[in-house]
Design a protein around this ligand. Structure first.
Ligand code: HEM
Length: 459
C-alpha cells in the first residue's frame, strides 16, 4: 500500500486500539464543545494513529483513521452498524425517516428507489438548470460592479436555487427566499439538539432556537407536501427530481414511495445537498484567490472546454475537478461520519462490542500525518491520476464509503464544475482579509463568520 506521504501505516501492523484520554465531561463544557465546535474535542491521536478509543463528549468512542480499517468498518461490516441517535434526533423533526436518517429495511427500500434517480445520464440533464442558476449569480454580481461579498452566502444562494430548480422546476409558487431562511433556521439549532441528546435529555427539552426550529420544520414539510400534492393533481410527472422520484419504483418489490417518504427525502436532498456544495465552492474561490498560478491553470482549462453547444464540456475539466477534490480534502463539508455498532465487530485485531460509538474523523483522515505529504498544503496535483494511483481509496472519503456513500456525489461534483465554469472566467476574486476563516462543526464544517471576498468583473 502506498501513500501520498512516504510514511504510511506499516502494512500488517495497523496501530491497535489505544485508550487515549479520560476526559471529564461536565455539563457546561460538553454543551460548549458540541454547540461551538465538536472537532476541537477530538483527541490529537486521530491525526497520528489508526485506531484510538477515548472518552469523548461523555461516552466511550472509537475513532478510526486508518484507511484499511475504514474500509473494514464502512464497507465490510456495514450491516452491523446503525445511525447514532444524536444525529437522527437532531435531523428527524425536519427530515423524518428519509434516506439519511433511517436504518435497516426502511433505509434499504428508499435507497433502492432513489439510487437510479441520481444516475450519470440523469445528472447530465440537470446541467442547463445548474448553469442557469450560476448565470443568475453572474448577473447579480455584474450589476453590482466591484463589491465585497460573503462568498459562502453567495454560493448558498446559488446551490439552493439549483436544488430547487432541479427538484421542483414546475412549482412556480414556491417562495424560495422564505424556504431558504427556514432551512437555515432549522439547521442552525441542530447542534443544540445533538448536545441535549448526548446528555440524555428528552427530545422536547427547550433550547435556544428550538421554537424557531420547530416552526421552520413545519413550514418546510408543509411546503414540500403541497408541492407534491399539486404535482399529483396536475397529472404530469415532469423530469425534475420530484418527477423522477414520483415515477421511481423499488426494483425488488415494484413499490413506489409514499408521500410522507417523498417529503422526507426531498427535504433531505435539500438539507444534505445545498450547504455542503456551497461550502466547497466558497473555499474553492478563497483558495484560488490565494494561489493565482493554480487559478490560471483552471481558467485556461475552462477556456479550452468552451464552445461545445449547451455550455462547456464539463468532462473536459479534469484539472478543475482535481482542484475541487483537493478543496474537499482540506475542508470536507461532512467532516465526521458517525455510527453505532449493532453487534460486535472486529477492527484489525480488536473487538468492538455492540452499542459502541464509532467515529470516522474525515477531517483528520484528510490531514493525517502518515497519509499525506505536507497535509496542510493546497496541492491539486495530488489528485493527478499518476500520483493518485497507489493511494488507498479510503484515505480520501469526502462522500463517505460503502452502502451509505453519498447518493448526491455525482450531482455535487457536476454542480461545482458548472458553477465554476460560469463564474470564474467572468470575475476576478480577492480575499477581503489575510486570515483564513476559522472552521466550525455545525453538522457540516462551516467557515465561521462567512468567507469575505471582493468580486470584480474581468475586463
Ligand atoms: C459536496 C457536497 C456533498 C458532500 C461533501 C456530501 C457528503 C456526504 C457524506 C460524507 C455522506 C455519508 C454520511 C454517512 O456515511 O453517515 C452523505 C450522505 C448523503 N448525502 Fe451527501 N454530500 C454532498 C452532497 C449531496 C447532495 C447534492 C445530495 C442530494 C442531492 C446529497 C444527499 C445525501 C444523502 C441522501 C445521503 C444519505 C445516504 C445514505 O445514508 O444512504 N449529498 N453525503
Amino acid at each position: 500500500m502506498q501513500y501520498d506521504s512516504a510514511a504510511g501505516f506499516p502494512i500488517g501492523a495497523t496501530p491497535g486500539l489505544r485508550d487515549v484520554v479520560a476526559e471529564a465531561a461536565g455539563f457546561p463544557r460538553l454543551i460548549r464543545t458540541v454547540v461551538r465546535n465538536l472537532i476541537e474535542a477530538w483527541p490529537a491521536e486521530v491525526y497520528r494513529d489508526g485506531l484510538v478509543e477515548a472518552r469523548f463528549i461523555g461516552r466511550r468512542t472509537v475513532f478510526v483513521s486508518d484507511p484499511a480499517l475504514i474500509r473494514s468498518l464502512l464497507v465490510d461490516q456495514a450491516a452491523a452498524l446503525g445511525r447514532e441517535e444524536f444525529l437522527t434526533r437532531s435531523l428527524s423533526p425536519a427530515l423524518g425517516k428519509g434516506i439519511l436518517t433511517s436504518d435497516g429495511e426502511r433505509w434499504r427500500h428508499q435507497r433502492r428507489i432513489a439510487t437510479p434517480v441520481f444516475r450519470h445520464d440523469r445528472l447530465r440533464a440537470f446541467v442547463p438548470a445548474m448553469s442557469a442558476a450560476a448565470a443568475a449569480t453572474r448577473a447579480r454580481w455584474q450589476a453590482r460592479g466591484e463589491a465585497p461579498v460573503d462568498m459562502l452566502a453567495e454560493m448558498m444562494r446559488t446551490t439552493f436555487d439549483i436544488i430547487v430548480a432541479t427538484m421542483m422546476s414546475g412549482e412556480g409558487g414556491l417562495d424560495t427566499e422564505r424556504f431558504g431562511r427556514a432551512m437555515n433556521a432549522y439547521l442552525d439549532q441542530t447542534t443544540w439538539k445533538m448536545a441535549l441528546s448526548l446528555l440524555g435529555a428528552p427530545a422536547w427539552t427547550p433550547h435556544p432556537g428550538s421554537r424557531r426550529g420547530a416552526a421552520a420544520a413545519r413550514f418546510l414539510r408543509g411546503t414540500v407536501a403541497d408541492g407534491i400534492a399539486r404535482r399529483r393533481r396536475s397529472g404530469r410527472s415532469g423530469d425534475d427530481l420530484l418527477g423522477l422520484m414520483l415515477q421511481a419504483r423499488d426494483p425488488e418489490s415494484g413499490e413506489g414511495m409514499p408521500d410522507d417518504s417523498l417529503v422526507d427525502n426531498l427535504l433531505t436532498f435539500i438539507a444534505a445537498g445545498h450547504e455542503t456544495t456551497a461550502i466547497v465552492l466558497a473555499w474553492t474561490f478563497w483558495l484560488l484567490a490565494e494561489h493565482p498560478e493554480i487559478e490560471a491553470r483552471v481558467l485556461a482549462e475552462i477556456a479550452a472546454a468552451q464552445g461545445a453547444p449547451g455550455g462547456p464540456n464539463l468532462d473536459a475539466l479534469a484539472y478543475t475537478r482535481q482542484v475541487v477534490m483537493e478543496v474537499m480534502r482540506l475542508y470536507p463539508p461532512a467532516p465526521l461520519i458517525v455510527r453505532k455498532t449493532l453487534s460486535e465487530i472486529r477492527l484489525g485485531a480488536d473487538r468492538i462490542p455492540a452499542g459502541r460509538s464509532v467515529h470516522v474523523p474525515v477531517y483528520a483522515v484528510h490531514r493525517h500525518a502518515r497519509l499525506w505529504a505536507n497535509p496542510e498544503r493546497f496541492d491539486p496535483d495530488r489528485f493527478d491520476p499518476a500520483r493518485s494511483a497507489g493511494r488507498d481509496r479510503y484515505a480520501y472519503i469526502p462522500f463517505g464509503a460503502g452502502p451509505r456513500v453519498c447518493i448526491g456525489m455525482g450531482f455535487a461534483l457536476t454542480e461545482c464544475l458548472a458553477i465554476l465554469a460560469e463564474l470564474l472566467p467572468a470575475f476576478r476574486t480577492a480575499r477581503l482579509g489575510p486570515a483564513r476563516p476559522e472552521t466550525r462543526f455545525k453538522v457540516t464544517l462551516r467557515p465561521h463568520g462567512g468567507v469575505g471576498m471582493t468580486v470584480s468583473p474581468r475586463r
